[in-house]
Design a protein around this ligand. Structure first.
Ligand code: GDP
Length: 180
């Protein structure tokens, strides 16, 4: 029988300069370009996974710069999203704190909306080990405390890790829908 298409709205969050665009472009084109514009966009990407047609809508968001809004996610973004990817850079401690606040914000908002869209925390730039400022353990613990998945990857070095993040999130989204 023909299986209906699966649509997944994915919101990318995190501080500026952590590699959100690099991750998105890597997933869409398998390439790493190195320089990315700073425009906020929603990309649509069609894929076939396990014989099933999948449509990813990926919102590469821009982090508000003023301190009061840091970690804030709009209601529109929360309502739009089936799943979240929260990105920090392993060599940028403040970017890890931004993810911590964003995770808290989402989990609190979800309790009110009784929503359970899944979250994945990503420590990017794993290739820059010599500049590491956030240990893998800290990333894992944050993920554990908020019931999220966790990956450390390098969008610059490899396609594989990026692919894993998106596929894992899709799997979690489908599980969350099945439970409704
Ligand atoms: P965004 O502001 O979060 O969208 O970040 P960008 O995707 O624009 O990336 C910011 C900078 O980090 C760019 O110069 C990228 O080339 C660089 N970058 C992104 N991912 C990686 C990575 O995995 N390793 C390294 N070394 N640099 C990266």
């Amino acid at each position: 029988a023909h299986q209906p298409k699966v649509e997944a709205n994915i919101l990318l969050l995190g501080a500026e300069n952590v590699g959100k665009s690099a991750l998105t472009v890597r997933f869409l084109t398998r390439r790493f370009i190195g320089e990315y514009g700073s425009i906020e966009s929603i990309y649509t990407h069609h894929d076939k996974i396990d014989g099933r047609d999948i449509c990813f809508n990926i919102w590469d968001s821009i982090c508000p710069q003023n301190i009061e809004e840091l970690g804030h996610i709009s209601d529109r973004q929360l309502q739009w999203s089936d799943g979240f990817i929260l990105v920090y850079s392993i060599c940028d401690r403040p970017s890890f704190e931004v993810v911590r606040r964003q995770v808290q914000h989402i989990r609190q908002a979800q309790q009110k909306l009784s929503s359970s869209a899944p979250l994945i925390i990503v420590g990017n730039k794993r290739d820059l080990q010599h500049r590491r400022a956030v240990s893998s353990e800290e990333g894992r613990l944050l993920a554990l405390s908020a019931d999220c998945d966790f990956f450390e990857i390098s969008a610059a070095e490899a396609y594989h890790g990026v692919l894993m993040v998106f596929h894992e999130l899709l799997e979690l989204i489908r599980e969350a829908r099945a439970l409704k």
